[in-house]
Design a protein. Structure first.
Length: 1122
């Protein structure tokens, strides 16, 4: 249960103003233009203070309004104690400040103290001053650009160094941001003195708070990341003491984009900053709503430390910058990009440059839910100007200007922002039809009772009139329904229950209100009283919530009655069309046809919604492919689920009658979608999945071979053929025998003779296949160890990335796949096992990587055949090292360029593994009652959750070293083929159920190694099961026999020997290549963590798909015993 104390304010005699505040962030030049020059100004802001007062906000945060070249929208300051002439004068600011205070509005301004503009007089003086002088040392200089190498480059998409050479000074100057923003040198006492004078200047004028921009980067030290150093905290303590001694009731707000356990350091012991932004919470609010799962919110709040007394988090949904994704895992970042920024132009740096409404696709229910979440959580909420009316953005403007456009006041010219000629505005107003200023503006919404603006005003008012909502401690209400978030906010005199539905479907929940028995929940919006929480109903207090709905009570929480899924009816006879079977997609036949398609897809192994419930299917694209047998319609079908992301599937549909239909019924009944009758001709036939028709696949291959295109309703297909293989002529291909392999969980494979394999992807994703990317990369390097790419078929639509529909590879003649090859040997080894030989005791209770590496096969009594297979395992390790070496050879500034496995990445990996652990344990708890004979082992795994998290955390801060590269991503024995005397690696697409963006993430190569070791272990368990069934065929569960334990020990020894052989082949060349951790101990430690992660991933996979989990549980427990 998560409990968060709201800044310790309950114990204070007076609550500081910033803890009860609603802050409104505004850019002066974007808000209102008073003099018609096309630029907002301080007088204009003053004129609009009544609007802000009526909105209900209590404090205003002004972006920089100082003199500046405006290369970074004012954060490149040329003078700290003046006003930019475009915005007015100091007198204008003083008038504004006075009028704001008269209305009870606090004012927060920016103190950009890490850097200045290169046009600041300090820098112009410094670059000309002698080296070593006080003036020169106002900034950080160096004769070479190789200092502080461990400091990351923040804007890595536009700059490549933190140093820039100044020809006037004859030295390099340090800048953590752009090269026109040199960093001040806080080791110089005169700099600190000048900063204190700036603070005094504005504090004496009467401002109430300062936002400390880029506060983490003030000092630089060799051998560190130059972020959050002890000297920075010492300076903050001095600054806080300086402010507290001279001014009353003032506030310092830290901009520290860090994980909460790191950001909390900027509060000190209550003697540094008063407030800090909670950056990691912000993206997880969006994630939770998009995923329809409360876990991202609960998990990050779980990791949020308690604050010192008088301190407070600043919470926000959007602001003037990009929606930053620095404090998320790689997988979460990829999810956010896919969900909210599918176009590359929507992204900037590590973030998304979109406003609140467009990022939520204009869904008013989601917008309201996000606001309710923001105002429900402990902390001070910040609203960004214009978001209260659902303003749009314009990401075509470049940088982050698209979210800084003029405020839209009315339907008049320029949205009522300015009387100027529209061409003279500093930025154009929004004219996107969905958010056009003529419809989305303050005036229109003020006159519309159901508008977003009126709703936000009401929400703020309710929050500000509830002591619990403003400043209460937070406690999560336990609930089994992960789509509903329930919380209590409590003070000594007030108790609020907040229940929010994160799903697009209506939900029913039961809340455990046993701690609030004999209460009467009163809904705060309408003051409606709900049934009391009598003791007999308090533990299961029932509520129903509308889609994306929420309740704020003066109290409560739930389990969930899952939203009902309307199952498609069973087919009743054939569908009928007049004469053209393709008319089935149109008019009155469309709905019944889609119901048949729905039922068909539910029967297919490649359609696996992972325990999610399907809501609808829609055909998004149809492309007509004519070939000698007639017509095939290649359909792209969008599946919408009641929870989670939508998915796209490819289904080629054909129609056959007569003998061809008979052949499909006899040979491929699983491919039949429905019967179809043509009314005019009276013919009956079958609509079927054309991927089982060799002729269709051959025709498709012809398009790929000729690099032809086919146009559809929305886009087009385009074939691509690799020039290396021009020997595969059309005449040669047409003569090859064709056989359709068994359909698997992700694709359909068709083999042409012993020359080619065509793979048709069934579940699609925007973006070129990883198999294609890696295949091209390895072809360029003439890498021989994989099945070479021959061609591919892509779908193109507008500005979207191409989507790969099919790939073509050379066929690899082989004796068996790796799993069959080693499983047969393992089974033979166990069935002809020798009398038990004493081996290292560690082999019986789990095997650490270090033990596997140092194992000596000579300590075991091995048959000659065993040694042959161990040599083959060693050979496979060598091939894996060669693949990783090739993948690590990417050139700089290319998608395959290796990156460092840094200490910051170690923390990111921990958070990713933590999320995996929590998610898997939640699934296991749900399945616990259904596990029957495996409940004891499952409970053991659940009890070990703290130990699992502790093991994962061992990598944090270790500085293990090594590189992150593109890897295979799904490297198990089924992905290798045994040829006559070697191994060939296949299927370079990564794990097929992961999103393409996630498969592109660079990772430690040891992840592949761990996957292969897990595969060897799984093979040993399969061989153990086989042997037990063969030795004790009459037993229902032969694994329970005492003799089975001895066989299990032998299987473990076989696994350990194979793993040792694989590692002995892999580690020497991989270590020489330089992409592994720096030390043997680091390699072993990271490998152990990767193995445990892989075992958990397999368990999660089996739980999600309702598959047997016995072997996965054994794998996890074996790892935990190590």
């Amino acid at each position: 249960m998560t409990t968060i104390t709201a800044g310790g304010n309950n114990a204070m005699p007076k609550t500081p103003w910033y803890q009860d505040a609603i802050i409104y962030e505004v850019h002066v030049r974007s808000f209102f233009d008073s003099d018609g020059d096309g630029i907002g100004d301080l007088r204009g802001l003053t004129q609009r203070l009544d609007y802000l007062e009526e909105l209900g906000v209590t404090a205003l945060w002004l972006l920089p309004f100082y003199p500046s070249p405006l290369k970074d929208d004012g954060y490149d300051i040329a003078s700290y104690t003046e006003v930019h002439p475009d915005y007015g004068t100091l007198r204008d600011f003083q008038t504004f400040l006075r009028e704001a205070h008269r209305r009870g509005l606090k004012v927060i301004t920016e103190l950009v103290l890490n850097h200045t503009s290169d046009q600041h007089p300090w820098f112009q003086r410094a670059r000309r001053a002698p080296r070593g002088s006080v003036e020169r040392d106002f900034y950080v200089w160096s004769d070479t650009p190789d200092r502080y190498r461990e400091a990351r480059i923040i804007f890595s998409d536009v700059k490549h160094s933190n140093w820039t050479y100044d020809p006037v000074a004859g030295q390099y100057f340090w800048h953590r941001f752009y090269d026109h923003q040199p960093d001040l040198n806080f080791d110089n006492p005169q700099v600190r003195k000048a900063v204190f004078e700036i603070v005094d200047f504005w504090m004496k004028m009467g401002i109430d708070g300062l936002r400390l921009d880029a506060i983490t980067y003030l000092y630089e030290r060799e051998g560190t990341t130059c972020e959050g150093l002890p000297e920075t905290h010492a300076f903050l303590r001095d600054l806080r003491a300086h402010v507290d001694e001279r001014y009353e009731d003032r506030m310092l707000l830290a901009e520290a984009n860090l994980w909460p356990e790191d950001a909390v350091a900027f509060f000190g012991q209550g003697d540094e900053c008063h407030m800090a932004f909670h950056f990691p919470l912000m993206p997880r609010l969006f994630m939770a709503v998009e995923m329809e799962d409360r876990q991202p919110i609960v998990d990050i709040l779980d990791q949020t430390p308690e604050l010192p007394e008088g301190c407070q988090w600043a919470l926000f949904l959007r602001n003037h910058d990009e929606l930053t994704l620095e404090m998320v895992t790689d997988e979460e970042r990829d999810f956010m990009y896919r969900a909210f920024a599918p176009e590359l132009r929507m992204r900037v740096n590590l973030g998304i440059r979109r406003r609140l409404a467009p990022i939520l696709r204009g869904d008013g229910r989601k917008i309201r839910l996000l606001y309710a979440l923001l105002l429900s959580l402990p902390g001070t909420p910040i609203l960004y100007y214009g978001d209260e009316i659902g303003m749009g953005d314009n990401y075509h403007l470049g940088d982050r200007n698209g979210v800084r456009t003029p405020m839209q006041w009315s339907a008049d010219r320029n949205g009522g922002f300015s009387r100027a000629n529209p061409q003279s505005l500093f930025l154009p107003v929004i004219t996107d039809p969905a958010y056009h200023y003529m419809s989305t503006n303050v005036e229109t919404q003020e006159n519309a009772p159901a508008s977003l603006l009126r709703w936000v005003k009401r929400l703020i008012s309710i929050r500000q009139n509830s002591p619990a909502l403003k400043s209460g401690d937070l406690t999560m209400v336990p609930c089994t329904n992960h789509r509903v978030l329930a919380m209590r906010r409590t003070t000594e005199d007030d108790d609020a229950l907040l229940v929010l539905n994160l799903s697009h479907a209506a939900q029913h929940v039961h809340l455990d209100l046993s701690d609030a028995a004999e209460r009467w929940p009163v809904e705060l919006w309408g003051r409606t009283q709900f049934p009391p929480t009598h003791p007999e109903r308090a533990r299961r207090y029932a509520l129903s919530l509308a889609p994306y709905g929420f309740y704020w009570f003066n109290l409560s929480k739930r389990p969930l009655d899952e939203a009902h899924l309307m199952e498609p009816p069973s087919p009743r006879g054939p569908l009928e069309v007049r004469e053209d079977w393709s008319a089935i997609f149109e008019g009155r036949m469309r709905a019944p046809f889609l119901r048949r398609v729905t039922e068909f897809m539910h029967r297919q192994p490649w359609f696996n919604p992972r325990a999610r419930r399907l809501e609808t299917l829609e055909i998004q694209e149809r492309i007509r492919l004519r070939w000698e047998e007639g017509l095939t319609l290649i359909c792209l079908i969008e599946a919408t689920f009641l929870d989670g992301e939508n998915e796209i599937y490819m289904l080629p549909i054909g129609f056959s009658t007569d003998r061809r239909a008979d052949r499909i019924r006899e040979q491929s009944p699983h491919a039949i979608i429905t019967q179809l009758r043509l009314e005019r001709s009276g013919e009956n036939g079958e609509l079927y999945d054309a991927s089982v028709n060799p002729g269709f696949v051959s025709a498709l291959l012809g398009y790929i071979r000729k690099s032809w295109s086919l146009n559809g309703m929305e886009g087009s297909f385009k074939g691509h053929w690799v020039e290396h293989f021009q020997d595969l002529t059309p005449e040669h291909l047409s003569a090859l025998p064709i056989r359709v392999l068994e359909v698997n969980h992700t694709h359909t494979s068709v083999v042409f003779g012993e020359d080619l394999v065509v793979k048709l992807f069934r579940r699609l994703e925007s973006g070129r296949s990883v198999d294609v990317e890696v295949g091209h990369f390895l072809l360029e390097r003439d890498f021989p160890g994989v099945a070479p790419l021959t061609g591919h078929l892509d779908y193109h639509r507008g500005r979207w990335e191409p989507t790969t529909l099919a790939t073509v590879h050379r066929f690899v003649p082989h004796r068996a796949d790796g799993l069959t090859w080693f499983l047969d040997h393992a089974t033979d080894h166990l069935q002809h096992r020798r009398p038990e030989q004493p081996g290292p005791p560690e082999l019986l209770d789990g095997v650490r990587a270090q033990t596997l590496i140092s194992l000596n096969p000579d300590d075991f009594d091995l048959a000659d055949d065993d040694r042959v297979f161990l040599n083959q395992a060693r050979q496979l390790g060598q091939r894996a090292a060669e693949l990783h070496t090739a993948l690590a050879s990417g050139l700089p500034e290319t998608p395959f360029e290796p990156t460092l496995f840094s200490t910051s990445y170690e923390r990111t990996r921990y958070h990713s593994m933590r999320t995996l652990t929590l998610r898997t344990m939640r699934l296991l708890r749900r399945r616990l009652s259904t596990l029957e004979s495996h409940q004891a082992m499952a409970r053991l795994v659940l009890d070990q959750e703290p130990e699992i998290l502790a093991r994962f955390k061992t990598i944090v801060g270790r500085g293990l070293g090594g590189l992150r590269i593109r890897i295979h991503g799904d490297f198990h024995l089924e992905e290798v083929l045994r040829t006559v005397d070697d191994f060939v690696i296949i299927d370079l697409e990564g794990h097929p159920w992961l999103p393409i963006g996630e498969r592109r993430i660079k990772r430690t190569p040891l992840r592949d190694v761990a996957t292969m070791l897990r595969s060897f272990h799984h093979t040993s368990l399969l061989a153990w099961q086989r042997t037990c069934r063969a030795d004790f065929p009459r037993d229902l569960d032969p694994g329970d026999r005492p003799e089975a334990l001895e066989i299990f020990k032998a299987a473990q020894r076989w696994y350990a020997l194979c793993a040792h052989a694989f590692l002995s082949g892999y580690l020497p060349p991989a270590t020489s290549a330089g992409f592994l951790p720096n030390t043997p101990e680091g390699i072993a430690e990271l490998l152990d963590v990767m193995r445990l992660q892989k075992a958990l991933r397999q368990l999660e996979h089996d739980l999600e798909r309702g598959e047997p989990i016995e072997l996965s549980l054994i794998a996890v427990t074996t790892q935990l015993m190590a």
